[in-house]
Ligand binder design. Structure first.
Ligand code: ADP
Length: 488
């Protein structure tokens, strides 16, 4: 068998690699592609929040502290003027701060804009930082310019604030909102290394997990190979996880079953050879005696040879029947037939035996019934049950077959008044080669296969069957079949 499947290791690695790849793509998208827009949005929110905070605390004594704090943590330039344009507070931290370098025209422009917009205003500025000491303001827009490539982007936030005493202050905030190019570059390089490290870790993880998963499987495989070579003692250990534990349990079960089958096979061969040997020894013995001693050439001795040969034939036939039945090779030929008359015919065949040896048979039935079954096989069941009844019946030598019917079923009972079967032996009598002792006069005649043939046939018909028996009183073997309507 060609095994071209991937090992667990590579399969796991590929899954992990795909997963990590997916994560990295998301990371790349957020860190590289969307970084700018995220950064800008966050910055703009910060500026607005800072403006509101400063406006709220405009009368506070700690205003100066707050301004310093805002400027430092949020990286902003701050300027507050009074209504005449005089600077009241100023923190100039950014290298290219715009608000500290405004012309008076620009100053007025921002105030006007704020006044026309509920007292606040936000303007984007785009300028070239290398050009000039005072950044050259190229334009002011409400919207972020999209198509123009810029060196640096910043915003100016203006807010008109009224103090408690009624005087007016104007707050200007200025912050850069485009991320520093170097930062983006750093993140890209970092991501490249992160990708490499993650792939390497994925490989290690795959190696580790696959080892952990495959170890018990490999162990089990070794045991399975041993089992295949006939070592039924090999046991399967499945520690680690549930599925493996379950698998090992099933394999252990299979191993014990196999070993049972093996024991059974050995027993079978022993039984069969024993059963074959007895008649063969008798045949050979009698034949030799008849050859060597002229006086022994009697019809009685010849009869022994013939009887033993018949017994051999019977044994071989039984064994063949049983093995075929159990291998399910024989199909059931279901036909609708009159079970009552079939039973009658079978019993009639025992007439001679009855005449010769004094047996009496009775057939009791309430009505003629039809069933759908394999007539030949069912006859075999009846033969076996009647044979057993004859073999094991009591002194009165009476055998009764009783047929009873309900609305849907017919029950056939084969009853004898013999030695019966002890309760503890009942479960085993249906097994192959099971014989209860050999003390009974006719027990040694049996092959031990009869009832297992009966069981196989009845089970294949899906019929209910059983036995009621009381030691020294008698046995009653029965089976049940569904009734069929009488054919027209
Ligand atoms: P055998 O060929 O020995 O009769 P069976 O399979 O037919 O084999 O029966 C198995 C065992 O069940 C017999 O050996 C016998 O001990 C017991 N048995 C079967 N039928 C009867 C019966 N009618 N009465 C008492 N014992 C029986």
């Amino acid at each position: 068998m060609k095994l071209n499947k991937w090992s667990i290791k590579w399969q796991l690695f590929s899954y992990l690699a795909v997963f990590i790849g997916f994560l990295l793509i998301i990371l790349w998208l957020f860190q590289v592609v969307f970084l700018e827009s995220f950064y800008k949005t966050i910055k703009l929110n910060e500026i607005r929040e800072s403006g509101t905070r400063i406006a709220k605390n405009i009368d506070s004594q700690n205003l100066e502290l707050l301004l310093e704090n805002v400027s430092e943590t949020k990286e902003m330039c701050i300027m507050i003027t009074d209504e005449t344009g005089h600077i009241v507070y100023s923190i100039d931290t950014l290298p290219n701060c715009t608000i500290h370098r405004m012309t008076s025209n620009e100053y007025l422009h921002f105030i006007k804009k704020a006044l026309s917009n509920d007292g606040t205003d936000l303007q984007y500025i785009n300028y070239n930082i290398v050009d000039d000491i005072r950044p050259q303001i190229k334009y002011y827009t409400k919207q972020l310019p999209k198509l123009i490539r810029k060196e640096l982007e910043s915003v100016i936030y203006t807010q008109i604030i009224q103090k408690k005493d009624g005087s007016i202050y104007v707050l200007f905030l200025n912050a850069t909102i485009s991320p520093v190019k170097a930062t983006v570059q750093t993140i890209r390089t970092q991501l490249f290394y992160v990708t490499l490290i993650m792939l390497f870790l994925a490989f290690l993880l795959a190696l580790f997990i696959s080892k952990k998963i495959s170890k018990p499987i490999i162990k089990m495989n070794t045991s399975a190979k041993q089992l295949a070579t006939g070592n039924y003692d090999s046991s399967f250990e499945g520690k680690g996880y549930k599925e493996i534990a379950e698998l090992s349990q099933s394999l252990n079960y299979a191993a014990t079953e196999l070993s049972k089958t093996d024991t059974f096979r050995r027993e079978l061969i022993a039984n069969v050879s024993h059963d074959l040997r007895t008649p063969l020894t008798l045949i050979a013995g009698y034949a030799e005696v008849m050859r060597d001693l002229p006086g022994e050439n009697t019809p009685e001795n010849t009869q022994v040879i013939i009887d033993e040969a018949h017994r051999l034939t019977q044994l071989v036939n039984d064994m063949l029947d049983l093995s075929q039945l159990q291998a399910d090779t024989q199909d059931l030929h279901l036909t609708k037939f009159n079970l009552t008359s079939t039973t009658k015919k079978i019993l009639a065949r025992y007439t001679r035996l009855c005449e010769q040896e004094g047996y009496t048979t009775h057939f009791l039935y309430d009505q003629e019934v039809w069933v759908s079954a394999d007539e030949l096989k069912l006859s075999q069941v009846l033969y076996n049950l009647i044979n057993n009844a004859i073999n094991y019946t009591g002194e009165d030598k009476g055998i009764t077959v009783r047929q009873t019917t309900t609305t849907s079923k017919v029950k056939i009972k084969v009853i004898d008044t013999g030695i019966g079967i002890a309760q503890e032996n009942l479960p085993y009598i249906w097994d192959r080669y099971y014989k209860i002792g050999t003390s009974h006069k006719r027990a040694s005649i049996g092959t031990g296969l009869g009832l297992s043939i009966v069981r196989s046939i009845l089970e294949r018909h899906g019929a209910h069957y059983g036995v009621n028996s009381t030691p020294h009183t008698g046995s009653e073997f029965w089976f049940e079949l569904p009734l069929e309507s009488k054919p027209n």
